[in-house]
Design a binder for this molecule. Structure first.
Ligand SMILES: Cc1cc2nc3c(=O)[nH]c(=O)nc-3n(C[C@H](O)[C@H](O)[C@H](O)COP(=O)(O)OP(=O)(O)OC[C@H]3O[C@@H](n4cnc5c(N)ncnc54)[C@H](O)[C@@H]3O)c2cc1C
Length: 317
């Protein structure tokens, strides 16, 4: 079976969950080959990639790859596409992943599909658009299919691969080195999972009423081991930081469970969460559009419902 390249997403040598999802997906369509872009691969990371099915691990240890923004990763993948003729390239549909996918498509004269929520035989990708109201099946017709897949679209399943390492040296163009990263500032990370990777997201909207009231959203999130999200109304009001905004102009999430509390369900909010597997809405207005999208709805005051839910979840632990 032909190789399918999977660009590894990692933080400090730790392979991110989305990569394990992509390897699982790649396994159903061909032979997964992980691509580690930059220095810092650890024995643990290699073992993790092999555990989830990587038959090959291409390692390009040059620090140039991570010293310049995105372009070098696209060049690395383009060189691997030319040299290895993979059947497809999978990247995570993160902001960086999608930019790499676009650049790679240009470099390899290939078609690209972004925001896929599934990938089937023949590299037919599933996309969910217009508030989840329309499912699109799309297929690349030219070159090597390049598909950016949303985090949490596939459940990662281990199935051991050989994990054979092959070092790759990459020749970067001057153009790829046009923008150098001069500083990296680590954001303080709490105990909660990263919003775009979390399996459960609890989001609050204007109905939460104040920054202080977001404590009840956080408490429910912590009881469930979830990430906290917010609508734009809540972030614009300064109740919650903008980096947690879900929607068209915020983050795109695709968790197993999305709980929307005090969020009306505007199209721009839906754009960021409509592919969640199960959606629960808590809203005091039975006519709120979010209920059209929700799998389960609670009509009630979130200030009563959310703490009760938290209490119930904590009782069952
Ligand atoms: C170009 C553009 C981009 C945008 N991008 C985004 C984006 O990325 N993300 C985003 O979220 N929005 C975005 N918006 C804004 C979007 O149109 C909505 O204005 C926003 O999503 C509304 O947020 P909300 O649902 O929290 O507030 P509202 O629409 O005001 O809804 C609040 C809801 O809370 C309910 N409620 C009130 N009190 C309670 C209570 N005590 N208990 C239970 N329910 C209660 C109400 O019934 C209501 O349904 C964008 C808009 C534009 C024009």
């Amino acid at each position: 079976m032909s190789e399918i390249l999977v660009l590894v997403e990692q933080v400090d040598g730790q392979v991110k969950k989305v990569t394990l999802e992509l390897l699982t997906l790649a396994r159903s369509l061909g032979t997964p080959a992980a691509v580690w872009a930059g220095p810092g691969i650890t024995p643990e990371a290699k073992a993790r990639l092999a555990e989830y099915g990587a038959e090959k691990i291409y390692v390009a240890p040059s620090s140039d790859i991570v010293d310049y923004v995105v372009a070098p990763k696209a060049e690395l993948l383009a060189q691997l596409v030319a040299g290895k003729s993979p059947a497809a390239v999978l990247v995570a549909a993160t902001a960086e992943g999608k930019e790499i996918a676009g650049r790679l498509a240009i470099k390899t004269d290939s078609g690209v599909i972004t925001d896929a929520v599934g990938l089937r035989e023949g590299f037919v990708a599933d996309q969910s658009i217009f508030g989840g109201g329309v499912n699109v099946h799309a297929k690349v017709r030219k070159g090597t299919p390049i598909v950016a897949v949303r985090p949490n679209s596939t459940a990662p399943e281990p199935a051991a691969g050989a994990g054979a390492e092959e070092e790759v040296s990459v020749t970067l163009s001057e153009a790829a080195k046009a923008t150098r990263i001069v500083e990296r500032v680590k954001q303080e990370k709490g105990a909660r999972p990263e919003l775009t990777e979390a399996a459960i997201v609890v989001s609050g909207g204007r109905g939460v009423g104040s920054a202080e009231n977001f404590a009840i959203i956080e408490e429910l999130a912590d009881a469930l081991g979830a990430a906290v999200g917010a609508s734009r109304a809540a972030t614009d009001a300064g109740w919650y930081p903008h980096q947690f905004q879900v929607g068209q102009t915020g983050k795109t999430v695709s968790p197993q469970l999305y709980i929307a509390a005090g969020i009306s369900g505007a199209i721009q909010h839906r754009a960021g969460m409509q592919t969640a597997k199960t959606i629960v809405a808590i809203n005091k207005d039975p006519e709120a559009p979010i209920f059209e999208l929700a799998d389960y709805g609670v009509v009630g005051d979130l200030h009563q419902v959310v703490p009760q839910l938290t209490e119930e979840v904590n009782k069952r632990k």
